[in-house]
Design a protein around this ligand. Sequence first.
Ligand code: WTA
Length: 648
Amino acid sequence: MSSKTYAPTAEMVANAHVNEAKYNEMYAASISDPEGFWREQGKRVDWIKPFTQVKDVSYAFGEVNINWYADGTLNVSANCIDRHLATRGSQTAIIWEPDNPDEGAQHITYQELHDNTCRMANVLKDLGVGKGDRVVLYLPMIPEAAYAMLACTRIGAIHSIVFAGFSPDALSARVNGSEAKVVITADEAPRGGRNTPLKTNADQALLHCSDDVKCLVVKRTGGQTTWVDGRDVDYNALAADASTECAPEEMNAEDPLFILYTSGSTGQPKGVVHTTGGYLVYASLTHEMVFDYHDGDIYWCTADVGWVTGHSYIVYGPLANGATSVMFEGTPTYPDASRFWQVCEKHKVNQFYTAPTAIRALMGQGNEFVEKCDLSDLKVLGTVGEPINPEAWNWYNDVVGGGRCPIVDTWWQTETGGHLMTPLPGAHATKPGSAMKPFFGIEPVVLEPASGEIIEGNGVEGVLCIKDSWPGQMRTVWGDHERFMKTYFADYKGYYFTGDGCRRDEDGDYWITGRVDDVINVSGHRMGTAEVESALVAHAKVAEAAVVGYPHDIKGQGIYCYVTLMSGEEPSEELRKELRTWVRTEIGPIASPDLIQWAPGLPKTRSGKIMRRILRKIAENDYGALGDTSTLAEPAVVDDLIENRMNR
Ligand code: WTA
């Protein structure tokens, strides 16, 4: 692995919020005196009733309990909007860039953000939504998505965003899981020149939900939608008459702010719960420090608000900091592979944050798409979502960043609320592929996977846990605290278990080596192999299925499915297609299988457990190293799988 380092320029070091000495000093203080450190940082947020308690946390299995700033009260939308109005009312809060560049960008000021958020809040109130109620958002990347998030926080409702790429089935499961009162959607979602019929999807989903659920429909394209009287509500008609004032609700720091469903290694996705005070402090601090955001900068995170990255680093972190945040509806390659760079040029973007899968896809298109754009305003580049390979890192650094923009490779998770490990632009010389250093207050520990013993020293590898809590940490799984404790605090007692493996190199810098559980990462989208398996076996012709990830040049990991058919069913190309379509409708296009291998049998232990290790090896085309197969019930099935492997 490359150990070449790339130091920030002298100019970057001189102007950055944090240089190396300051990082060392602040980091040491955050670990030796977390109470003091986070008491101070808690002041970045405006409190209605200031907190006196800072941290009250137990990681003890059976009684895991996480509280930050627990006696303080505040309102998130007031922090993201109202407190800026006196000084930044006419500053742009959100630059909205539509899918089709000819449609023209919108610049939404903080005052306009205020008025539109209040309109949305009043519409929700009129629908009977109040403090603690759940609202599901199923929206394109349009300004109304931000208004809806902030409107929920304004009235104390809990939002749960479902990525617009998810299917009606996935949507109804999340509406029912959170017992939402309202689903906010739009007629259609334009992306990459094509329109997804969101409202039609929502119609299908709502057939499986309570009749009491209302559907608030935002007009995006004006595309034809069916209308269910008494259930569907026209947002634009109501918003036009709604008041632009709505008093922010006083919320406790530990009141839930949002639920976000994410995939785990077992079962169906779980509702990750984040709360109000600690999350906002953490999102705002990391946004400012990690991107070295300065007043007046234009910041762009290309994520979708359907993922945690969009929550923390398009909406809450940047807006809490009074930033100008770009919100992009489209894709990296529409109308052509120059789109990202054209948007950077057009809006003079200073900080740009995207995923390795996009970088790899654009790298493959050639440098001319980048070079024809003026990227001289870029100062910091970020990446998130999966390990970045050094080749893509170098291209990002050289071709996009012109060798002068530090790359922050930010490692974190839906569960963590914000960045846990990353270099800081003015503080650290970076290494291609390394997440480098823990953020303030984060104490990573590397454990021996089997024994759970701490591995000290450098040049070591193991599973990655975090020793203590930080304010942005998730608090529970919605409706299932037991599952929360079992997932994150049972395997390695006394620590938060991340599910990732990592290496601490000779210099003490961290490298994420990928998931150690059955979660895969496809184009930066996190997916449980168990979810895809259960979708496959729900098909009438499928008897059994096992799903693993395999290395994919663009997506990072692809989805490899081993499928055993019901007896009497014949494998065919047509059936392969049918299964692919099936999974897409059960979960969504992002879960579409890349390779489907017909498996007359699956390798199992004598106790009937599928040996995934072997299936992973075959999918990786690395079948020479299968390891110990002596515990297999029927060793011959492996020979068949190797012979008919799909990834050669
Ligand atoms: C992976 C996304 C390597 C990791 C914010 C983690 C990364 C999972 C990185 C969380 C990175 C995220 N380097 N791996 N910089 N960032 N991951 O919940 O496996 O969608 O556990 O959150 O993505 O994915 P999630």
